[in-house]
Design a binder for this molecule. Sequence first.
Ligand code: GYE
Length: 352
Amino acid sequence: MSKKAVFLIIILGVMLALGGCASSDEGKEVITPQEKMITVGFSQLGAESDWRVANTESLKNSLSIDNNYILVFDDAQQKQDRQIIAIRKFIQQEVDCIVLAPVMEEGWDTVLTEAQNAGIPVIVVDRRVNVSDPSLYTAWVGSDFDREGKIACEWLNKYIEKKGISGDELNILGIQGTLGATAQIGRTNALLRSSKEYGWNIVEMVPADYAQTKAKEVMQQMLRKYSDINVVYCENDNEAIGAIEAIEEAGRTVGTDITAGEIMIISFDAARSGLEKVLEGKIALDVECNPLQGNEVDKIIKNVMAGKEFSKNTYVEESVFSADDTVQGLIIDNKAYSITKLTNEVLAGREY
Ligand code: GYE
């Protein structure tokens, strides 16, 4: 426990012993440390992936006692109704602010109207909410998932161009995230658009809820069903790791030499577990999705509470990592993206 937490507990204890008296001799209100604290209810959607664990950690670290927060945390275990119950509890508890990492986009109008009526600001993190009135949430912090998908697809297009492989030789399996989640919608849509544009074959799109074991099962089934899959587009690293396990157990090889029968893996997140596979050459491309949103959320909450300006939408910084340097740069919507060939030194700097 930090010094500040110990100090707070002592102060609260003394106040209780004095019968809850918080007034000075002159009758002026004494501002106690407790009153200066900001109470935040955080509804996190679950703990399905390395990304999610890092995201929870980041928010917990930023919304800490030392930083003047009292954090009430709730893990909804992938269930939207649990998130709705948690938000209603936060409203009853009269928290100062609610942070919501929503499992899916739809279905938030009613509960967010309840929060708005109670005068509690809601900061949405990671995935988005699709609501009839954008004033139902105060701000959002996260990533551009469609752009992440575009980066992956443009890279694949350039890669096969350089290797002299034509688009119609690609047979892509898409292992999707949780259906209805913004990260799934963005990454899936980007793949579907590019397949149309470049003439790639999509053998099937199957959801695996961003979970390693589920993705492994999906991959096992798909390998039995199709013999010609040569690219697997996994919508996060845990799915990629599950797919790699299934492919290797089936006696096949992951890599980039698809004309020699290898299966190419594309992934998102760039968590340490995924980047280790990039370094081994087992994931060809890993598009970063940055889970470290705590600092931004802290700044926004403090500005909201102080009545200062803040942005409605904040995008976090992200990079792109590949196993080799066949493709070094991309231009997407007039913006240049460099592709970092992953090395031990780059990996060493990854905390999560
Ligand atoms: O890619 C995945 C997680 O919504 C961006 O959810 C997030 C995704 C992330 O479980 O690993």
